[in-house]
Design a protein around this ligand. Structure first.
Ligand code: AMP
Length: 588
């Protein structure tokens, strides 16, 4: 397939932020895409080469790209840099300078999607001393044969600056329309995506085998399953109201969620955001196979830092020390953990997702043998408020955050915040009744002791309808020197020159970040706001919602993907809830 078709399509997509229009452009593109390349196109339009969990990064530096543009076109480096300064985007700058190309090339080879993809893949694989020269060779040979528009998008993909604002849901809408002529079939596609986390594979299956192929889609060992999430409740009473008379109460441990894929001695660990985190936990890799009585299995657990002397659970932040590339052995002994299992999703070649919670739990207890390192998360079947409170007290005393309440007769709903799991945290008794997980979208440079760091951050909620991140507050309190440093390290690589199209905010910021990081805040109140965009027009026309006196809790939620952040719907519920409390109080 000609790469020109793809770059024309990308060019159109760049002109709009409207979901319906994007969907339409995608449908037109998919209609012109052969089966063999559709998965590649799905990855490329998200600026990727493979699904995230494979961790393939292009990692091309701007300097190298500029040299490659110059080499392939004969245009001096200075001129390219000058245009880049004006445009703020190297891909765009390249397309402008390449239009004035002086060097003529002979024997120009056609550029196909396959060729671009294979070359990018080779570039991503290059390592070692001569890799820079080789990268340069590959890039300049592609640019040599590319039109200015093609060059623009090749560079954007290479540099990680392609931001078409196409969310996974939009791709699935377009696939459903193209291959089944019914957008409603998105739900079936969604299931296939939830059990594979691989949108390219889903696209290829529907393109080759139609909806039937998607309906037969199965879990593949070592491909992560998108995790099931929980709704919140504020009190034991509310849980009883929602769940009725008998359900499971598990400790809610404050660690890192880990999905374990195991076959013999081969073990791969995925985080909640489906990143391969095996290298941080060599102790799990070594010890878990000995505890399993099955040929292959997918388990879910919370890895929790512990005090080795007392066995007490330590807070999530302790695990951050393990997120390093080097000297991991030292971190393993310094920050010991236990693995606390709470679910089984697949066993001996078969999915367990459709089994009831209680059957999955008893299977888990049969197939895994507990030891000092691997345990089942403590669980009790409860019937009334007193029993829930009792488990809650034990859980808090053991050093955990609260409870996860689970319906006994329900399946595992991959990738969704179903209402079959509820979380009940002790800290909910704060003023707002809840903490919020917000996405960092902008930053402001600090002054005084905070010089050189971002002293204040601009935060956003997730707008599920529009698939955008809507600003809700600036936060400048609750930071320690250590957390400011840590945030700077994490955020600095996410700085962008232009605001990401998924950000919806009219605030000014010193820098904009790609929306990729979630942090936890508490606040005293939610108020109507003329400037923030969260839940805009939902409560009152021309007003959004904002947090009053927000404070960072110290929790950087690296394990969360941004679509898991607090949604506008949740903020509206909290807003209405606080009004009710205020109203009730005024009656007393
Ligand atoms: P939250 O991060 O507050 O939305 O709570 C959900 C997270 O709690 C999950 O992603 C897990 O990492 C964690 N968790 C702790 N204990 C459990 C449990 N017993 N069952 C499920 N998730 C748990």
């Amino acid at each position: 397939m000609e790469f020109a078709i793809l770059s024309d399509s990308f060019n159109k997509m760049e002109t709009t932020r409207k979901r319906l229009e994007l969907t339409q452009f995608l449908v037109e593109l998919f209609q012109n895409t052969p089966n063999e390349v559709i998965s590649k196109i799905v990855y490329l339009l998200q600026g990727k080469l493979r699904p995230d969990f494979e961790g393939i990064e292009l990692g091309v530096a701007e300097k190298l790209a500029i040299r490659a543009i110059s080499k392939s076109s004969g245009i001096p480096i200075k001129k390219i840099e000058e245009e880049y300064r004006i445009e703020g985007d190297l891909g765009h700058a390249a397309s402008i300078v390449l239009k004035q190309k002086t060097q003529t090339t002979f024997l120009v080879e056609d550029i196909t999607v396959e060729r671009v993809y294979e070359t990018l893949f080779k570039i991503a694989r290059l390592e070692g001393a001569r890799s820079q020269d080789m990268k340069m060779k590959y890039i300049s040979s592609l640019l040599n044969d590319a039109s200015p528009l093609e060059a623009k998008f090749i560079l954007k993909i290479l540099l990680g600056t392609l931001r078409l604002g196409v969310a996974e849901n939009t791709v699935m809408d377009a696939l459903a329309i193209t291959f089944s002529e019914n957008k409603e079939n998105r739900k079936i596609l969604q299931h296939a995506y939830n059990v594979s986390s691989d949108l390219g594979k889903v696209a290829e299956t529907i393109s080759r085998k139609g909806l039937k192929g998607i309906e037969e889609f199965e879990i593949t060992l070592f491909n992560p399953i998108r995790p099931m999430l929980a709704d919140r409740v504020k009190s034991e009473e509310e849980a009883i109201e929602k769940f009725g008379d008998e359900f499971a109460a598990e400790y809610k441990l404050d660690g890192e969620r880990v999905q374990l894929h195991i076959e013999g001695d081969k073990v791969i660990l995925f985080s909640r955001s489906l990143e391969n985190i095996s290298s941080y936990y060599p102790d799990i890799i070594e010890k878990i196979p000995k505890t399993i009585r099955a040929d292959n299995i997918i388990l879910e657990a919370e890895a929790v830092a512990i005090n080795e002397n007392t066995g007490e659970f330590l807070p999530f932040q302790e695990l951050m020390h393990r997120r390093r590339k080097y000297k991991i052995e030292k971190a393993v002994t310094q920050y010991p953990i236990t693995v606390n299992l709470f679910d089984v999703l697949y066993c001996n070649g078969k999915s367990c997702l459709d089994m009831d919670y209680k059957d999955r739990r008893s299977k888990l207890e049969k197939i895994v043998i507990e030891d000092n390192f691997v345990k089942y998360i403590p669980m009790a079947i409860v019937k009334n408020v007193n029993e829930v409170e009792d488990v809650m007290e034990n859980s808090i005393n053991a050093g955990s955050e609260g409870l996860m309440l689970k319906m006994l007769d329900k399946p595992y709903q991959a990738g969704s915040r179903g209402s079959h799991w509820l979380k009940l945290k002790r800290e909910y008794q704060n003023e707002l009744g809840d903490s919020l997980d917000l996405v960092v979208i902008g930053g402001y440079f600090g002054k005084g002791r905070r010089t050189g760091n971002y002293g204040t951050l601009l935060l956003a909620t997730y707008d599920e309808d529009e698939d955008k991140f809507t600003s809700i507050c600036k936060v400048g309190t609750g930071f320690t020197d250590e957390s400011l440093d840590q945030l700077y390290q994490i955020l600095n690589p996410k700085v962008t020159i232009k605001k990401n199209p998924r950000i919806d905010s009219e605030m000014e910021a010193d820098v904009w970040f790609d929306p990729e990081l979630v942090i936890e805040v508490v606040a005293s109140e939610i108020t109507l706001s003329p400037i923030h965009k969260a839940a805009k027009d939902k409560i009152r026309k021309d007003a959004g919602l904002a947090l009053r006196f927000p404070k960072f809790t110290g929790k950087i939620r690296i394990e969360k993907i941004v679509e898991d952040a607090s949604t506008n719907e949740e903020v509206i519920t909290l807003f209405k809830g606080q009004k009710k409390v205020a109203h009730d109080k005024s009656l007393i």
